[in-house]
Design a protein around this ligand. Structure first.
Ligand code: HEC
Ligand code: HEC
Length: 256
């Protein structure tokens, strides 16, 4: 009798976990990221805890969150919190693939929804670099025209993005990072691409792409979001050993 009962209990447990597994399998990675985004957005961020969580991120993104002009690391400082949340949820769900970033997005390292809310609020509040990497400057008039016609609708006239629609701010981002993401979005390597943006940029020639992204990298974020000098150190991380050349190195030569 006991054994029978136990068997049926195990049976029910097995069945319900199978049903759950099926329910989860029915969710696409995009649905999973969306569910996490909504969950994070319902929480109130704790900035102090965000600073603690950011200790792990600082190893690559540096205490300042300024990224590198070679385009490997993006500037994340000052980005809309909604964008940071969406991107973290997307890395985690596999909608954006990057072997460096992925291991640090998983729950065992980054934490759960609350930690995402906290670290995103902390990063949004960081001052941005006044000296991001830019392009060659050779075709800025063409870049301005292309930007007006193709990008302002979503990213705003000053590249400020849209926090409510989690559209990234792209003003002041490193030029070579912009190029890499533009290519990843167009090719579909980045699975969280906005389908309308993909259509919009589909026909860009390399010359047009470099022109519009050079122009974008030179759009200035509002003065209050920028650090006053390129040697600024985030005082929250006094003991971090910094590369003295970190942001001062000129952007590598642009090959077009
Ligand atoms: C091992 C290095 C590394 C660590 C640690 C790391 N990241 Fe990243 N992160 C990257 C790289 C590289 C990219 C660029 C990914 C790409 O090119 O698609 C990135 C991209 C991002 C982006 C997307 C920015 C954008 O505008 O596209 C966000 C947001 C981000 N990281 C936040 C974090 C946070 C928060 C942490 C800490 C929990 C963290 N990262 C830890 C390497 C790292
Ligand atoms: C229809 C709206 C739309 C248009 C038009 C559009 N974008 Fe986007 N763009 C987006 C959205 C939304 C994302 C974020 C997608 C995601 O990861 O969820 C994005 C992401 C990006 C990124 C990656 C930023 C980052 O931090 O990872 C770059 C670079 C970019 N856009 C540049 C441009 C440029 C340049 C143009 C004009 C040539 C343009 N976009 C036109 C909506 C748009």
């Amino acid at each position: 009798m006991m054994r029978l009962m136990l068997n049926s209990v195990i049976g029910v447990v097995l069945m319900s976990s199978t049903v759950l597994a099926f329910a989860d399998a029915a969710l696409s990675p995009m649905d999973i990221a969306k569910r996490e985004y909504d969950e994070v957005m319902r929480l109130s961020p704790n900035i102090d805890n965000g600073r603690r969580v950011y200790t792990t991120c600082a190893v690559c993104h540096h205490p300042e969150g300024w990224g590198t002009p070679d385009g490997v690391y993006p500037q994340i400082a000052g980005q809309h919190r909604t964008v940071i949340i969406k991107q973290l949820a997307d890395f985690r769900a596999g909608n954006r693939i990057n072997p460096l970033m992925y291991p640090f997005s998983v729950p065992g390292v980054l934490g759960g929804a609350q930690e995402i809310a906290d670290v995103a609020a902390y990063v949004e509040g960081l001052l941005m670099t006044p000296h991001n990497g830019v392009g060659s400057g050779a075709a800025l008039a063409l870049g301005a025209e292309l930007y007006q016609d193709n990008c302002t609708e979503c990213h705003g006239a000053q590249g400020e993005g849209d926090a409510n629609e989690h559209i990234p701010a792209i003003a002041g981002q490193h030029y070579l990072y912009l190029v890499r993401q533009f290519d990843n979005i167009r090719s579909g390597q980045r699975k969280n691409s906005d389908p309308k943006m993909v259509r919009q940029i589909q026909g860009f020639t390399p010359e047009q792409e470099f022109a519009v992204l050079d122009y974008t990298s030179r759009l200035r974020p509002p003065a209050e979001k920028l650090a006053t000098d390129a040697g600024w150190n985030n005082p929250d991380f006094p003991n971090f050993v910094r590369d003295p050349k970190r942001d001062l190195q000129p952007a590598p030569p642009v090959t077009e």
